[in-house]
Design a binder for this molecule. Structure first.
Ligand SMILES: Nc1ncnc2c1ncn2[C@@H]1O[C@H](COP(=O)(O)OP(=O)(O)O)[C@@H](O)[C@H]1O
Ligand SMILES: [Mg+2]
Length: 330
């Protein structure tokens, strides 16, 4: 099991550390897909990268909490253990396939480096493994591809290469941070189909960061919604879709990409996500919330202020606005 437990993170802003993720908890079980959704700037990438402790190189600091893989804290791992864990047990697929590949090295040298890090294979077997991995992600003519440099490949092919690299050591978990955002819509569909196929075949646990609720419906078992650095709703995908409880989730679902047209989703909720350091004391969404009441801005709201089994939401007025919505026939 992969558990983020009450994690708070701070980022360097104007020479001080400012909290940017607060008290996030989520658990990804083996073979399950967890969607992490929210507008840009809500702390999704910080949370996802913290699983591999990648943010530390940019001065991102853990304030409190823990992350555990099979009950072992990743914060107590040595550099050597971390290197084995990264890619070996948990692999990451990034948003921007060009920046994740080094333009000055061939595909072969980059793949063989990753394979060499995790598997004890001789050169010939490593090369055969690379070819197999490329074929597994639907790339033809793998022999030829290995000799190419990243800029000779299309965006979709690069993302396939990165997915192949992520799969090279048979990880148990995949962290995919907006894996298709930078790609054309038609290519997005095929990459998603590939991820889905690999996830199912290999029974991977996955954290899928996305702002696309269509994708969440297609791939995820569970959903966590983040707003301004904190979890505002969590539940099984069916519960979130059938009864989105938090006004923020409702607003996000009202501006799904298909609805909002094109790829410019989620800009439709009026106002902006408050920046780290500018979070209000009470409900962080209150100033943008269509159902906001006088008391919403007065004190912090517990993550499970509303609960129905495993479905929880950080809102004290859900009975009011869900009732209103049903009266209006929404
Ligand atoms: N390395 C960093 N240094 C300073 N601020 C950062 C850094 N990374 C992220 N932030 C800030 O933290 C907030 C959350 O960022 P991020 O996790 O990237 O959001 P998301 O992925 O949801 O769009 C943003 O306001 C962003 O500007
Ligand atoms: Mg992000």
């Amino acid at each position: 099991m992969l558990e983020i437990d009450d994690l708070s993170l701070a980022v360097p802003m104007q020479n001080t550390l400012t909290q940017a993720v607060s008290h996030v908890s989520l658990t990804i079980k083996p073979g399950r897909v967890m969607g992490l959704v929210g507008e840009s700037g809500c702390g999704k990438t910080l949370t996802a990268q913290s699983i591999l402790r990648l943010g530390e190189y940019q001065g991102i600091t853990k304030v409190s909490g823990d992350i555990r893989l099979h009950n072992e804290s990743i914060f107590s791992m040595s550099e050597k253990q971390l290197r084995k864990m990264r890619g070996g047990k948990i692999a990451m697929i990034f948003q921007e396939p060009m920046t994740a590949l080094n333009p000055v090295f061939s595909i072969a040298s980059q793949m063989l480096e990753v394979i060499g890090l995790h598997l004890n294979l001789n050169r010939r077997d490593a090369r055969l493994h690379a070819i197999q991995l490329l074929e597994d992600v639907g790339l033809q003519d793998a022999q030829y591809l290995l000799q190419q440099y990243p800029d000779a490949l299309s965006g979709g092919m690069r993302q396939r290469v990165l997915i192949a690299m992520a799969m090279s050591a048979n990880p148990e978990y995949i962290i995919a941070d907006e894996p298709t955002t930078a790609l054309d819509v038609s290519v997005q569909k095929r990459i998603i189909a590939l991820l889905r196929k690999l996830q199912q075949e290999k029974n991977l646990g996955m954290l899928l960061v996305t702002h696309d609720f269509g994708l969440v419906a297609e791939m995820c078992d569970d959903v966590v919604v983040m707003y301004a650095g904190e979890v505002v709703e969590r539940g099984a995908v069916m519960d979130i879709f059938n009864h989105p409880a938090h006004p923020y989730t409702q607003a996000l679902m009202g501006c799904r990409p298909e609805v909002a047209k094109g790829n410019q989703a989620l800009t439709v909720i009026e106002g902006q996500v408050p920046m780290p350091g500018e979070w209000p004391i009470g409900c962080r969404f209150a100033e943008r919330c269509p159902h906001s009441q006088a008391d919403c801005q007065q004190s912090p709201v517990a993550v499970d202020a509303w609960r129905q089994g495993e479905h929880i939401a950080r809102c004290v007025h859900i009975s009011i606005h869900t009732q209103k919505a049903s009266e209006e026939g929404v």
